[in-house]
Design a protein around this ligand. Sequence first.
Ligand SMILES: Nc1nc2c(ncn2[C@@H]2O[C@H](COP(=O)(O)OP(=O)(O)OP(=O)(O)O)[C@@H](O)[C@H]2O)c(=O)[nH]1
Ligand SMILES: [Mg+2]
Length: 260
Amino acid sequence: MGYAQLVIRPAGSGKSTYCSSLYKHCETMRRTNHIVNLDPAAESFDYPVTMDIRELISLDDVMGELGLGPNSGLIYCMEHLEENLDDWLTEELDNYLDDDYLVFDCPGQMELFSHIPVLKNFVEHLKRKNFNVCVEYLLDSQFVTDVTKFISGCMASLSAMVQIEVPHVNILSKMDLVTNKRTIEDYLNPEPRVLLSQLNQRMAPQFEKLNKALIEFVDQYSMVRFVPLIQYILSQIDNYIQYGEDADVKVVDFDPEEDD
Ligand SMILES: Nc1nc2c(ncn2[C@@H]2O[C@H](COP(=O)(O)OP(=O)(O)OP(=O)(O)O)[C@@H](O)[C@H]2O)c(=O)[nH]1
Ligand SMILES: [Mg+2]
């Protein structure tokens, strides 16, 4: 059994920073994980890259050789990855043993989570290869400063959740940039009634029925749960993918004598 986190969503929301922090945190805890770059446009990394989509295909090559723009080029690269699940990805995964923990740093384009099935098929492939998979959906904390942004963030997250169909954790990034901590509290554990009233105040009266339906929908799917702390996130994800339930989970070998 292997374990995998798929770190997704908006461009610039802090996915690579999260991967790097997670790597350093696990290193401190003497627990091993491997970070995989799935972004064909990525250029530099703040963590050791264990597997890299750019060895299969890079955005620069696709744009140069096929004359595609950055977004269609990225879709082309990801579709190429999808075509190579059975060879490139399978060969790469063969380098990992039972109990290995992989963290996939993904590109942010919405298309990959709305209607293009690449990541869904990618996850299905990981599952066939005996990986337990969890999605981490990162949202910038500015999404919890305003009710309309909050609802749009919830809907986008929900669309990824129903498309990929694995355990899904919403993470609020860039918490240090929040100036009004009180508003954040309101959104971390929100009352549907309060959200509805805020939404109604922001929108013209003809949207009241739609607002009510949206809030009920979001509430029904328990989407209104975001977690802001890394330690809590890690234990929640471990629980979803049953990491640590077997005795032989991987930790870095160390000599306690050397540890001071
Ligand atoms: N203040 C603050 N900045 C952050 C935080 N996390 C990320 N950033 C900054 O936000 C920018 C984008 O972060 P990345 O980690 O590259 O975001 P990403 O989601 O990987 O971006 P793409 O791969 O381009 O989609 C960088 O300048 C980071 O330094 C945070 O917690 N606080
Ligand atoms: Mg990134």
